[in-house]
Design a protein around this ligand. Structure first.
Ligand code: HDD
Length: 713
C-alpha cells in the first residue's frame, strides 16, 4: 500500500466510528413535535379532559406515551463505577509491534484506531461527587478493524483482592452501610475497615487508596493500568506476559484532601467539567500506551508472583516500553446514549491479546458480560450505537429484547448446507481468534497459591517510594478515614495491620486516631524504593493550568494584559474573579470582563492565584474577606501565587507569613520564594511572568509545609 492509500485508509479509520454514530444522530431544531409514532401533536401542555375542570381521559394517547416513557427513563446504574464521564478519540501505534503481537491495530503507525474512553469513580452512585477519595476507572474501547478491544483499566496498578470470588464482599463492605445507606462515596466507615483489617491481602491497595492517587487533579493527569497480567501473542504463536499502562503526557497530579472535599460541594462535576472544557478548548488529553513485558521463561524470576493482582511490576526492574499514543478529541453528543450505555468487558479481545491465569482476571471475564445483561436489558447491547464494532459482526445469535438487526434468510445455525456453511469460523491465518495453548495441569482445589502469600513487602516498597509530602498525605488520609470509624477495636487493628508494613507509619496512624502505637515497631525489612510510583518525579509543566486573577475597578490595564498574554503564550488559562460579575474599569478607563464572582468561584477551582496591581483595585480587595480567604486558601493548598505592584499588599495583609514578598524599594524587585512570586515598581511584566510560569509548572510547592499549616483557611 502506498503512502497516499495509507493516509486515505487512516482517514477512513479515524472517522468510521464517528460515521457509524452519525447514522443515529437526531436533530430536532425547527421540527414539529410528534409522538414516538411520528404523529404530530397539537398541544403538550394540557391533558385531554372531560371539561376543563374534569378528569383526564384514557384516550389521551399522547399523555400516556409521554408519561410512560418518562417513567422508564432510568436504567440500573452500574453496581460499581456508576459515576463516569466519556470522550471519543483515536489511538496510533508508534511502530509495528509485529515482534510481540499480531493485533492488527498495533501494526501500522499511519492507522488511527477510533476509541471511546469512560473515566469513573468506583464507589459512589451516579449523582455523587467527582473528587471523592476513590480509585478511578479508565476504560478504553478500541474500535479496531478486527473487532472491539476493551482495556478496562484503573488509575492504580494493583487491586484490593487476589481472587474475583471476593469482589462482592469487598464491594458490599465499601459501599454505604446497608441499614442507613451512609456514607456516600466514602471508605471512612466501620464496615469497610472491618473488612480491611480482616483481609491482609488488601494492605498494599490501601496504601494506594490513601495516597494522592485517589484524589486526581484531572482525568487528564492520571495514569491508567490494566492491573491484570495479560499476554501478547505474535503470529508465530509466541506469547509474552504483559502489563498495560496509560501515561498522561501532562504528568500525574493530584488535589489535596481539603480541596477535594470542598470541591465536592462547590463543584461536584469538577472532573467532568475539566475534561469537557479541555476538549472544547482544543487541549486534547493525551496518554501514551506503555507495556511491560516478560518472557515465558521469566515467570518465576521475581520475589512476587507475576499473576498476583495485588502486586505491581516495578518499572525500575521491568521497564515500560511506550508503544503508541491516544488522543481524546471529541466530547459526546448525548451522555445517556454514549457514556451511560457503553458496555466494557475485559473479555472483548482481538487476536494477539490473550489472558493469563490471574485469578482476578479469570473472574472478571465472567462478571462483565453478566452485568451488561441486567443493566442494558438483554443480550443485544452490542447493537447500541456506542457499542457497535466498526468491523462487521456475523453470527447465528438471534432475537432477544430490542433486537435491531434484521437478519435475512432462514439459516441461523452452524453447520449448514443451505448457506454454504456461512458464517463459518476463520482460521488463524484469516485472523480467527485462537486461544494461546497454555499447558495446564493440576488438582481441582479451592485454594490460593503459596506464592500469593506475601501481603506486605510491596506495601513497604510503595511507602519507601513516597516523598515526605506524599507520606504526610497518606498519614492524614488514615487519620480522616479511620477517624470516621466508630469501633475502637477496628481502629487498633488498623494500627497493628500497618505495623506489618512500617513501624513509623503505624505509630503515626495511631497518634491521629486515638489508638495505641505498636508495642514493637514492625516492618518488612524492605529498604528498596520505586521512584516511578512517586508523583514527585512526574512530568511538570504549566500547560493547561488555570489561574484565578483577582481584580477590582481601578486595576492597572497594561499590567494585567501583559501577564495574561504571557500566560496565554504558555498555554495557561485564566479567569477574572471579582466581587460582582459584569465589566471592570481600569485606571485608564479600559474594560475587562469578570468571569466569576466569589460566590460562584473559589480558590479550590483554580491551580494558581494572581493578584493584579492598581491602588484603587487593591484597596477594594483589601476590604474583602473573600479576596483574603482566596489567597490564604490557595497558599494552604500549596498553590503558586503571584502578585504585582500594589497587588503584593493583599498578600502582605493575608495570613501568608514567613515567605519573602517584594518590598517597597523604589527599584523593580522580583522575589520568588516557595512558589510565591511578587514584584513591585515594575511596568514591564516580562521577568515576573517568566518566573511566575515556572512556579505554575511546579503545580504545588510542598516545601511550604510548616508555614501553610499555620494558615487558617
Ligand atoms: Fe471491574 C466495571 C475496572 C475488577 C466487575 N471495572 C468496571 C469499570 C472499570 C473496571 C474501569 C467501569 C467500566 C465502565 O466505565 O463502564 N475492575 C476494573 C479493574 C479491575 C476490576 C482495573 C481489577 C483488575 N471488576 C473487577 C472484578 C470484578 C469486576 C474482580 C468482578 C468479579 N467491574 C465489574 C462489573 C462492572 C465493572 C460489575 C460494573 C459495571 C460494568 O462492569 O460494566 O462487572
Amino acid at each position: 500500500m502506498d503512502t497516499e492509500q495509507h493516509k486515505q485508509q487512516a482517514a477512513i479509520q479515524e472517522h468510521s466510528k464517528d460515521g457509524q454514530l452519525a447514522h443515529f444522530l437526531a436533530e430536532h431544531d425547527g421540527e414539529k413535535l410528534t409522538t414516538n409514532q411520528a404523529t404530530r401533536i397539537s398541544n403538550t401542555d394540557d391533558s385531554l379532559k372531560a371539561g376543563s375542570r374534569g378528569p383526564t381521559l384514557m384516550e389521551d394517547f399522547h399523555f400516556r406515551e409521554k408519561l410512560t416513557h418518562f417513567d422508564h427513563e432510568r436504567i440500573p446504574e452500574r453496581v460499581v463505577h456508576a459515576r463516569g464521564f466519556g470522550a471519543h478519540g483515536y489511538f496510533q501505534v508508534y511502530e509495528p509491534m509485529t515482534e510481540y503481537t499480531k493485533a492488527k491495530f498495533l501494526q501500522d503507525p499511519s492507522v488511527k484506531t477510533p476509541v471511546f474512553v469512560r473515566f469513573s469513580t468506583v464507589v459512589g452512585s451516579r449523582g455523587s461527587a467527582d473528587t471523592v477519595r476513590d480509585v478511578r476507572g479508565f476504560a478504553t474501547k478500541f474500535f479496531t478493524e478486527e473487532g472491539n478491544y476493551d482495556l478496562v483499566a484503573n488509575n492504580m496498578p494493583i487491586f484490593f483482592i487476589q481472587d474475583a470470588i471476593k469482589f462482592p464482599d469487598m464491594v458490599h463492605a465499601i459501599k454505604p452501610e446497608p441499614h442507613n445507606e451512609i456514607p456516600q462515596a466514602s471508605a471512612a466507615h466501620d464496615t469497610f475497615w472491618d473488612f480491611v483489617v480482616s483481609l491482609p491481602e488488601i494492605t498494599h491497595m490501601m496504601m494506594w487508596l490513601l495516597s494522592d492517587r485517589a484524589i486526581p487533579r484531572s482525568f487528564r493527569m492520571m495514569e491508567g493500568f490494566g492491573v491484570n497480567t495479560f499476554r501478547l501473542v505474535n503470529a508465530q504463536g509466541k506469547s509474552r506476559f504483559v502489563k498495560f499502562h496509560w501515561k498522561p503526557t501532562l504528568g500525574v497530579h493530584s488535589l489535596v484532601w481539603d480541596e477535594a472535599q470542598k470541591l465536592a460541594g462547590k463543584d461536584p462535576d469538577y472532573h467532568r467539567r475539566d475534561l469537557w472544557d479541555a476538549i472544547n478548548k482544543g487541549d486534547f488529553p493525551e496518554y501514551e500506551l506503555g507495556i511491560q513485558m516478560l518472557e515465558e521463561e521469566e515467570e518465576f524470576k521475581f520475589d512476587f508472583d507475576i499473576l498476583d493482582p495485588t502486586k505491581f511490576w516495578p518499572e525500575e526492574i521491568i521497564p515500560v516500553k511506550r508503544i503508541g499514543k491516544m488522543t481524546l478529541n471529541r466530547n459526546v453528543d448525548n451522555f445517556f446514549a454514549e457514556t451511560e450505555q457503553v458496555a466494557f468487558h475485559p473479555g472483548h479481545v482481538v487476536p494477539g491479546i490473550d489472558f493469563t491465569n490471574d485469578p482476578l482476571l479469570q473472574g472478571r471475564l465472567f462478571s462483565y458480560l453478566d452485568t451488561q445483561l441486567i443493566r442494558l436489558g438483554g443480550p443485544n447491547f452490542h447493537e447500541l450505537p456506542i457499542n457497535r464494532p466498526v468491523a462487521p459482526a456475523h453470527n447465528n445469535q438471534r432475537d432477544g429484547y430490542h433486537r435491531m438487526t434484521i437478519d435475512r434468510g432462514r439459516v441461523s445455525y452452524f453447520p449448514n448446507s443451505l448457506q454454504a456453511n456461512a458464517p463459518q469460523p476463520a482460521s488463524d491465518s484469516e485472523h480467527g481468534y485462537v486461544h494461546y495453548s497454555e499447558k495446564i495441569e493440576g488438582q481441582k482445589v479451592r485454594e490460593r497459591s503459596e506464592s500469593f502469600r506475601d501481603h506486605y513487602r510491596q506495601a513497604t516498597l510503595f511507602w519507601n517510594s513516597m516523598s515526605p509530602a506524599e507520606k504526610q498525605h497518606i498519614i492524614d488520609a488514615f487519620h480522616f478515614e479511620v477517624g470516621g470509624v466508630m469501633d475502637k477495636q477496628i481502629k487498633q487493628r488498623v494500627v497493628d495491620m500497618f505495623n506489618n508494613v512500617d513501624g513509623q507509619l503505624a505509630t503515626q496512624i495511631a497518634m491521629g486516631i486515638g489508638a495505641n502505637p505498636p508495642a514493637n515497631l514492625g516492618g518488612t525489612g524492605v529498604t528498596a524504593s520505586s521512584p516511578a510510583v512517586s508523583q514527585e518525579n512526574t512530568i511538570k509543566e504549566a500547560r493547561t493550568r488555570k489561574v484565578a486573577i483577582l481584580a477590582e475597578n481601578g486595576f492597572n490595564f497594561p499590567e494585567v494584559t501583559q501577564v495574561i498574554d504571557a500566560l496565554k503564550g504558555a498555554g495557561v488559562h485564566f479567569e477574572i474573579i471579582s466581587k460582582n460579575q459584569g465589566m471592570l474599569t481600569s485606571v485608564d478607563g479600559r474594560q475587562l470582563e469578570v468571569n466569576k464572582n466569589y460566590l460562584s468561584a473559589g480558590s479550590i477551582m483554580y491551580d494558581v492565584v494572581y493578584v493584579t496591581g492598581g491602588r484603587q483595585c487593591v484597596d477594594t480587595l483589601l476590604s474583602q474577606g473573600d479576596a483574603l480567604h482566596f489567597v490564604n486558601e490557595a497558599f494552604k493548598h500549596a498553590k503558586p501565587i503571584g502578585a504585582t505592584n500594589e497587588g503584593v499588599d493583599l498578600l502582605a495583609a493575608s495570613a501568608i507569613q514567613g515567605v519573602a514578598l517584594a518590598g517597597t524599594e523604589t527599584c523593580a524587585e522580583l522575589v520568588s520564594e516557595l512558589g510565591v512570586v511578587t514584584i513591585r515598581n515594575a511596568a514591564d511584566m516580562g521577568y515576573f511572568s517568566q518566573e511566575f510560569i515556572e512556579a505554575i509548572a511546579q503545580h504545588r510547592h510542598w516545601m511550604r509545609q510548616n508555614l501553610k499549616d499555620k494558615v487558617p483557611a
